[in-house]
Design a protein around this ligand. Structure first.
Ligand SMILES: [Mg+2]
Length: 460
C-alpha cells in the first residue's frame, strides 16, 4: 500500500460541525492568473470569475507581462486560465510556462480541432474549453473544484503499476488526494484508514481480491450515496461492466479511455456523493448554531449509548439551558437572541465538542452526551463551560449582553437513553429552582445519592 502525499493543506477531520471552527478557518484568497490576448474577453471572463468563484483576477495579455509580473511578486495563484493565441508566444509555450510554475492550467481555445486536442492532451492540463457559450460557466466550475479537490480522497486500485500511475497522474493534475492499492484486500485496508474517501476507481482482474468482489465488500458498509465506485477493465467490456454495475459500482470505464471521459465519469460520481453529503449535513445540522440538531442526536446517540452500556463505562448526559433567555429576546430583540445562541453554541463546541455529542434540541435548550467521561472530568468541563459563558459578553448592535447557563448532568445512566435524558432534565430543573447559573451533577459520589451543586463565583 502506498500513500501519495497530498498537494496542499490539511485534512479537515470532523471539525466541520462546530460554528467556531468554521468561522476561524482561514479563507483561501488566492487569485486567478488570466492570460489572454483580448482585453475585452478577459474583462468579461474576469467579472464572471469574481462573481461565481468570489476570487480576484490578475489579467495579463502577453507572456512577457506574465514573466515580469511573476518576477516581481511572490504571489501564489490558484490557477492559470490561458488563451492560446498570444502575440509573443505559441500555445505550447504559454501552457508549458504555466505548468512549469506548478499552476493548475485551464486552456481556452478558439476552435475545436482534433490536432490541437491531441497536442494538449499530452500535457497535464486541468481542463480545456472551446470559447463560446459554455466556456465561462465551465471555467468557473473548474476553478471552484481546485480547492475542493485538495480535500477530496480518491483511491485507485489496480495490480498494474502503469495503470495506477496513469490514473493517479490524471487525478493529481486535478489536485485530488490520491491513495493507491494493488488489489481489493489492500484497498479495504486503505478505506478502513480513510472512511471519508469519496471515490474508489478499481480494476477488475487483480490477485487476492478482484474489483467486483471489492465493490461488493465496500457496499456491505458504505451506501451508494456515501462512496462512489467506478469499475475499470479492458476485459470483455460489456459483460464486465454489467457485473460491476450489478454488484455495487456507480459507473464503469472501459480501458483504454480518453482523458475527457475519465474526468467526466469521475466528476459525475463525485458530484453525486457531494450532493448527498450536503443534504445529509443540512438535515443533521442546526442551521443557526452549526451544532448537531435533535435529529442528529437521536440518530447517533442510541448506538453510542448502547456501546457505552455494553462496555460498562461511565458516561455523562447533560441538559443545558440559557437562563432567562426570553428576557434577552424581549429586551434586545430576536437578532440579539440569535447572536447569544450562536455565542453559547460556539463555547459549547469549544469546551465539550471533543468530549461527546453536543446538540441543540430547540429554543435555548441543548443536550450533551459524553460516553466514557468520569466524574472528575464531567465536573471540570461543565463547570468550565458555565464559568466561560458567564464571563463572555455577547456584543450585538452596540449592546453588551450577558447570560448564564443552568446545567443538569447525570452520571447514573438509566436503562434507556430517553430515561437518562429525562433524569438530566430533572437535574436541570433543580439547577433552575436553586438559583440558576449552576451545574447540578448526580450523584456526587457513587452510592451517595446526594446531588452536587456548583456555583462558584464568576470572575468579573
Ligand atoms: Mg488487472
Amino acid at each position: 500500500m502506498k500513500f501519495e502525499p497530498r498537494i496542499r493543506g490539511q485534512v479537515d477531520t470532523g471539525a466541520r460541525s462546530t460554528g467556531r471552527i468554521n468561522a476561524t478557518r482561514s479563507r483561501d484568497t488566492r487569485r486567478v492568473l488570466l492570460i489572454n490576448s483580448s482585453i475585452a474577453a478577459s474583462r468579461f471572463l474576469g467579472e464572471a470569475i469574481q462573481k461565481q468563484c468570489e476570487r480576484q483576477v490578475e489579467a495579463l495579455s502577453t507572456l512577457a507581462q506574465v514573466r515580469s509580473h511573476l518576477d516581481r511578486t511572490q504571489e501564489e495563484f490558484l490557477a492559470a486560465v490561458v488563451g492560446l493565441e498570444l502575440s509573443d508566444a505559441s500555445g505550447v509555450e504559454i501552457v508549458e510556462f504555466a505548468l512549469g510554475k506548478g499552476l493548475p492550467t485551464i486552456v481556452l481555445t478558439g476552435s475545436w480541432r482534433e490536432e490541437t486536442r491531441r497536442t494538449f492532451c499530452r500535457y497535464s492540463l486541468f481542463d480545456y474549453f472551446v470559447k463560446g457559450k459554455l466556456e465561462i460557466d465551465g471555467v468557473c466550475r473548474a476553478l471552484n473544484r481546485i480547492p475542493l479537490n485538495s480535500s477530496t480522497k480518491v483511491l485507485v486500485v489496480d495490480d498494474s503499476a502503469a495503470a495506477r500511475e496513469l490514473q493517479s497522474s490524471l487525478l493529481r493534475a486535478h489536485r485530488f488526494q490520491v491513495f493507491l492499492a494493488a488489489d481489493g484486500a489492500e484497498a479495504l485496508q486503505v478505506l478502513a484508514e480513510h472512511p471519508d474517501t469519496t471515490l474508489v476507481i478499481t480494476d477488475y482482474e487483480m490477485p487476492t481480491m478482484d474489483g467486483i468482489t471489492l465493490a461488493m465488500r465496500i457496499r456491505e458498509s458504505h451506501g451508494a450515496d456515501e462512496i462512489a465506485i467506478v469499475g475499470v477493465s479492458a476485459q470483455g467490456a460489456s459483460t464486465t461492466a454489467v457485473r460491476f454495475l450489478k454488484h455495487g459500482a456507480s459507473d464503469f470505464l472501459a480501458k483504454p479511455f480518453e482523458k475527457e471521459e475519465f474526468y467526466c465519469r469521475i466528476y459525475n460520481c463525485i458530484n453525486t456523493i457531494e450532493n448527498a453529503r450536503a443534504i445529509r449535513k443540512a438535515a443533521f445540522t442546526d442551521s443557526l448554531t452549526g451544532l448537531a440538531n435533535r435529529l442528529a442526536f437521536f440518530t447517533q446517540a442510541p448506538a453510542k449509548f448502547a456501546e457505552s452500556q455494553a462496555r460498562g463505562e461511565s458516561m455523562a448526559m447533560a441538559m443545558v439551558d440559557i437562563d432567562f433567555f426570553k428576557k434577552v429576546n424581549d429586551s434586545y430583540g430576536h437578532a440579539a437572541g440569535d447572536e447569544v445562541l450562536r455565542c453559547v453554541a460556539t463555547l459549547m463546541a469549544e469546551y465539550l465538542g471533543k468530549a461527546g455529542l453536543v446538540a441543540r434540541f430547540g429554543g435555548e435548550e441543548f443536550c450533551v452526551f459524553c460516553p466514557g467521561l468520569d466524574r472528575d472530568e464531567t465536573w471540570e468541563i461543565f463547570d468550565k463551560l458555565r464559568v466561560a459563558v458567564a464571563a463572555t459578553p455577547v456584543f450585538h448592535d452596540g449592546q453588551t449582553i450577558r447570560v448564564t447557563l443552568s446545567i443538569g448532568v447525570t452520571l447514573a445512566p438509566r436503562d434507556s437513553l430517553d430515561e437518562t435524558i429525562n433524569h438530566a432534565d430533572q437535574l436541570l430543573y433543580e439547577a433552575k429552582n436553586s438559583g440558576r447559573n449552576r451545574v447540578v451533577i448526580s450523584p456526587r459520589a457513587l452510592g451517595s445519592g446526594v446531588n452536587l451543586i456548583m456555583d462558584q463565583l464568576i470572575p468579573d
